[in-house]
Ligand binder design. Structure first.
Ligand SMILES: [Cu+2]
Length: 146
């Protein structure tokens, strides 16, 4: 009986989870045009790169770039996500070694990665570093660094 009570106690916090997951998926408040298209210009998906240090080109169609903190319509700034899944759409995009912000409106960068398989993905953020509605996200690519 004691065992059962303990199991019930442990299960209680888990039962609250489905209710939280049932909330509609949230996005930021800044609208993005439905035809916005974000892509990594280089490297290509599946690229094998013979240098740990390499350049990444960002591409964006049907939207403009604005520096972080500047609220222009149909604009945002690039975020490069390295070896991570997408962050939540209704919060600030994290800023760390796996989530790089390009708040000056940069359209390329040079990164250095350990040899091995890595993923790269771009996500546009608004003036507050929050994803747009709908979120503007590139395809996630996989590369191999030699
Ligand atoms: Cu940002």
């Amino acid at each position: 009986m004691k065992k059962f009570a303990l199991a019930t106690l442990l299960a209680a916090p888990l039962l609250a989870l489905p209710a939280m997951l049932a909330q509609p998926a949230l996005a930021g408040d800044t609208p993005a045009p439905k035809n916005a298209y974000l892509y990594i210009g280089w490297p290509n998906d599946g690229e094998v790169i013979n240098n740990r240090r390499f350049r990444v080109w960002f591409g964006l169609r049907n939207m403009g770039l604005a520096p972080a903190g500047v609220e222009w319509p149909n604009a945002g700034h690039h975020h490069l996500i390295i070896d991570r899944d997408l962050p939540p759409f209704d919060e600030d995009i994290p800023a760390d070694n796996n989530h790089l912000h390009f708040g000056a409106g940069q359209t390329e960068t040079v990164i250095e990665l350990e040899p091995g398989v890595h993923t790269l993905q771009l996500m546009l953020g608004d003036h507050n570093h929050v994803p747009h509605d709908p979120p503007v996200i590139s395809k996630k690519i996989t590369i191999t660094v030699k």
